[in-house]
Design a protein around this ligand. Structure first.
Ligand SMILES: Cc1cc2nc3c(=O)[nH]c(=O)nc-3n(C[C@H](O)[C@H](O)[C@H](O)COP(=O)(O)OP(=O)(O)OC[C@H]3O[C@@H](n4cnc5c(N)ncnc54)[C@H](O)[C@@H]3O)c2cc1C
Length: 512
């Protein structure tokens, strides 16, 4: 590898052009700063499988996926789980199912109660309002004209209509707007889709500023480390086409490399657990033991239902269009389950069955098991050790068991059984006993793709950033992405990551 050559300069450098980074870059440019945005993946071209909401399954393990694998999961039969993450301008918003969920108000009130002023639901709700442009005539959301188009009020596929009816027959209330007053019940999803095309923050926030004075986007550039002068972060070093390059920031560097990328870059730069870093021969810049810890995620277990009738294809809409929020115990204050449904049978490799069917994915969204991301060595080519410790807390197994039982009830309800000749294939008899069900859960659990929490915001010794997202122990450096969540939100994490980015830009442009 050659010595650093090309040098870039800007007021602010943002690392990662994903859901959050695209927003930070745009808002800072609008506020008058010059911005350099550095992204590992490609930009400047459209990918048909990204644009088409029905083709997201083609993107896994493609060049647009970082394709992470966990270490063998002790409590999931030793399996290594695939964690897809977007690697392109648009980040994981390119790979995701486009589902738009703000989260539960209690999530944000809890963040604030942990010593993070400015993050209550009352604080963040107006931020969501100004992000969204709701493509529907829903009166309660009138006046929302933000950059990000949210599709609601579309005609769902017949299979999803039946699943929603079956859930109601199983006792769940219909909720027309889970982003409204209450999350509970079964709903049709809201999507970041515009005119039948995926609509990412790169489309909404970045596309309009490409070529603008003061804005530089560098793609194909894998950031290796941050550059420091004393305690101050002054720039970023990356590799592009085998050449090391660097950029210098006059004001600040913002890490928006996501819940896996941001802690990795911090650790490679000497910001992390001092003993761990020293064991890899990395000079310690700041001893922040919380970097990479508190890895939180959501988890899914499939309930696969074959249908005697073919499922008609959905055009311009994802295969998932309905979901529900529910509680594994009625006395829980907030839903801990979020099963989501697909109008296709999502067989695991060892499963077999007919081509027509639906999948009711039993989902856990308030997990007790937390994990850790570590380096395996000092070089950027040394793979990360990603250990979510899935199902290490038994409470997660019992909550998922309740979710599976609920999905089985829905599968057996008349709207599916009678209208579609539906019958449950998996877990089927594998879950006749509680032990059998628990074993099935450990055999089939997969990520719901909501990794977060690895650069946690807070005030204690394990906190990585403060309530204004500044990295503790150094200057000129913030983190703005899903990694700063103290606890993962109740629901999908794209909307919260985008809200976090808006808040970060606010902190940077409106200093106290
Ligand atoms: C398959 C899948 C399905 C999902 N479905 C949904 C859904 O339907 N709804 C929902 O709300 N959420 C969903 N999510 C989660 C959601 O997309 C993420 O929570 C959100 O995109 C996180 O945003 P972020 O900005 O934190 O990270 P990202 O969007 O992942 O952005 C990080 C960016 O940083 C870049 N980067 C990382 N490391 C480096 C480096 N060293 N150098 C340079 N660049 C780097 C990456 O390439 C990427 O572009 C899904 C995620 C996946 C993967």
């Amino acid at each position: 590898m050659s010595e650093p050559s090309n040098r870039f300069q800007a007021d602010v450098i943002v690392v990662g052009a994903g859901s959050a980074g695209s927003v930070v870059a745009r808002r800072l440019l609008d506020a008058g700063a010059s911005v350099l945005l550095v992204e590992a993946g490609p930009g400047g071209q459209r990918f048909p499988a990204v644009d088409d909401p029905t083709r997201m399954h083609e993107l896994w393990d493609s060049p647009l996926d970082w394709g992470y694998r966990t270490v063998p999961q002790e409590h999931a039969h030793g399996r290594r789980l695939h964690l897809p993450r977007g690697r392109a301008v648009g980040g994981s918003h390119n790979l995701n199912a486009m589902i738009w969920v703000r989260g539960n108000p209690a999530d944000y009130d809890d963040w604030a109660a942990r010593g993070n002023p400015g993050w209550t639901w009352k604080d963040v709700r107006p931020v969501f309002d100004r992000i969204e442009a709701v493509d529907s005539a829903q009166e309660e959301q009138e006046g929302q004209e933000g950059p990000l188009h949210i599709l609601t009020g579309y005609e769902p596929s017949p299979a999803h209509r039946s699943i929603v009816e079956a859930a109601q027959q199983a006792g769940l209330p219909f909720n027309p707007d889970y982003n409204g007053a209450s999350q509970d019940g079964v709903s049709f999803m809201q999507f970041t889709i515009r005119e039948h095309r995926r609509w990412t923050t790169a489309d909404a926030y970045l596309e309009p500023i490409l070529g603008s004075e003061g804005f530089t986007l560098v793609t194909g550039a894998v950031v290796h480390r941050l550059l420091f002068e004393g305690e101050r972060c002054v720039g970023v070093e990356w590799e592009r086409e085998g050449v090391l390059e660097h950029g210098l920031a006059g004001q600040e560097v913002v890490l928006s490399a996501g819940a896996i990328g941001s802690p990795e870059i911090l650790m490679r730069s000497g910001v992390g657990d001092a003993a761990d870093l020293r064991s890899h021969g990395i000079a310690v810049r700041a001893d922040l033991p919380g970097v990479g810890r508190n890895l939180q995620d959501h988890w899914l277990v499939p309930v696969i239902v074959a249908t005697g009738r073919p499922i008609p294809p959905s055009h311009g809409l994802p295969h998932t269009q309905s979901h529900l929020f529910w509680r594994s115990h009625p006395d829980l204050p907030v839903p801990d389950l979020q099963p989501l449904h697909f109008d296709a049978p999502l067989y695991e490799r060892w499963m077999e069955g007919p081509p027509d069917g639906v999948s009711l994915m039993a989902g856990l969204v308030r997990p007790a098991s937390h994990g850790v991301i570590r380096l395996s060595g000092p070089s950027p080519s040394d793979p990360l050790l990603i250990d979510p410790r899935v199902l290490s807390r038994h409470a997660d197994v019992t909550a998922l068991a309740a979710a599976v039982r609920l999905c089985q009830e829905i599968a057996a309800a008349p709207a599916l059984r009678e209208e579609w000749d539906a019958y449950e294939l998996y877990p089927g008899s594998l879950a006749d006993s509680t032990e059998g069900l628990h074993a099935y859960i450990r055999e089939t659990v997969i990520t719901y793709h909501h990794q977060s929490g690895t650069c946690r915001m807070g005030v204690d010794d394990q906190a990585v950033v403060d309530a204004r997202l500044r990295v503790r122990g150094v200057e000129g450096l913030r983190v703005a992405d899903a990694s700063i969540m103290p606890t993962v939100t109740t629901g999908n994490t794209n909307a919260p990551a985008i809200m976090i980015a808006e808040k970060a830009a606010e902190f940077m442009t409106q200093p106290v």
